[in-house]
Design a protein around this ligand. Structure first.
Ligand code: AMP
Length: 292
């Protein structure tokens, strides 16, 4: 496992370019969720994990400064998985003097986190495009935990015809269902227990959908009931994955997404269901043809 810090260091990847160089972009502070992405990536080709806390995806007042950073711990966690390299650049390597090109997202940034975090997805796309330019991967692996991010990136790759295949990996959860997140470490003991309410709500909505409920409002109500345990609900949204509309009645690939504050943490979670006349089965976001 090589540690690469500069654009020049990336030259050492050239010997790996014959077979599906696969990138796993992260902001570090790794946990089991990130490691599952690295394991999934290894089935595609030699893996490069990037660790870079991207300043442009944080709005003023968000937790950019507080975001946990511990490269040595990340390297220790990655060592047993033996990726080919870890790329941990500084800000100048990614952004130069900071006055260069940025990328604006398309339709999938409308609503949800796009509404709550102005500029967030432009920052995400700009860093992902820049990391793609630096690493030049054949495959890129992202977590379904950040579902809207997957779709926003999928739309960029499709619209710009970038020569990279995207893969999304299911969300890794704690025993009580809480989606693993680097931000969970902001929670104290009592907040941590309450944080499981996001998944409880999504699970209740899934159970309703599986017994035939097709009203988006009813599914949202089921999530809302569990979120009585959160301090503040930012959104509960039901979206059709194919065209990003908010349907009254759900059908086809459907995203149920939630963002809520528990103590100092802003937590997000979601569920993707393929809803047919016969039922509602969990499914993925990418690799399904169409836009993403
Ligand atoms: P982050 O560094 O937390 O922004 O995330 C880096 C990548 O890991 C993104 O593609 C996330 O969607 C993914 N990820 C984060 N948490 C999880 C999780 N609990 N399960 C699966 N993937 C995750």
């Amino acid at each position: 496992m090589k540690l690469l810090r500069t654009a020049e260091d990336l030259g050492t990847l050239d010997s790996l370019r014959d077979g599906n160089l696969t990138v796993v972009p992260t902001m570090g502070a790794l946990h089991e969720g990130h490691l599952s992405l690295v394991r999934a990536a290894a089935s595609h080709g030699p893996v490069v994990v990037t660790a870079f806390v991207n300043p442009t995806q944080f709005a003023p007042g968000e937790d950019y400064d507080a975001y946990p950073r511990d490269l040595q711990q990340d390297l220790d966690l990655l060592a047993p998985l033996a990726p080919a390299a870890v790329f941990a650049p500084d800000t100048a390597t990614v952004y130069g003097d900071g006055r260069g090109v940025t990328i604006q997202p398309g339709r999938y940034a409308e609503g949800l986190c796009g509404a709550d975090r102005p500029g967030h997805f432009a920052g995400v796309l700009t860093v992902v495009a820049r990391l793609f330019g630096l690493v030049r991967p054949d495959v890129a692996v992202f977590g379904r935990k950040d579902a809207q991010q997957c779709l926003v990136i999928g739309e960029m790759v499709a619209d710009l015809r970038l020569p990279v295949r995207l893969v999304d990996v299911p969300t890794v959860r704690e025993n009580d269902g809480l989606a693993m997140s680097s931000r969970n470490r902001y929670l104290d003991h009592a907040e941590r227990a309450r944080a499981a309410c996001l998944w409880r709500g999504l699970s209740a909505a899934r159970a309703l959908a599986q017994t035939g409920e097709r009203s988006a409002a009813r599914l949202r109500e089921a999530v809302a009931a569990a979120l009585a345990d959160a301090d503040e609900i930012e959104y509960i949204q039901v979206r059709s994955v194919g065209d990003w509309t908010a349907p009254d009645r759900v059908t086809g690939r459907t995203l149920l997404a939630v963002a809520a504050r528990v103590g100092p943490a802003r937590l997000i979670d979601n569920l993707v269901l393929d809803i047919t006349d016969d039922g509602a089965a969990p499914c993925g976001l990418l690799d399904h043809g169409g836009n993403a």
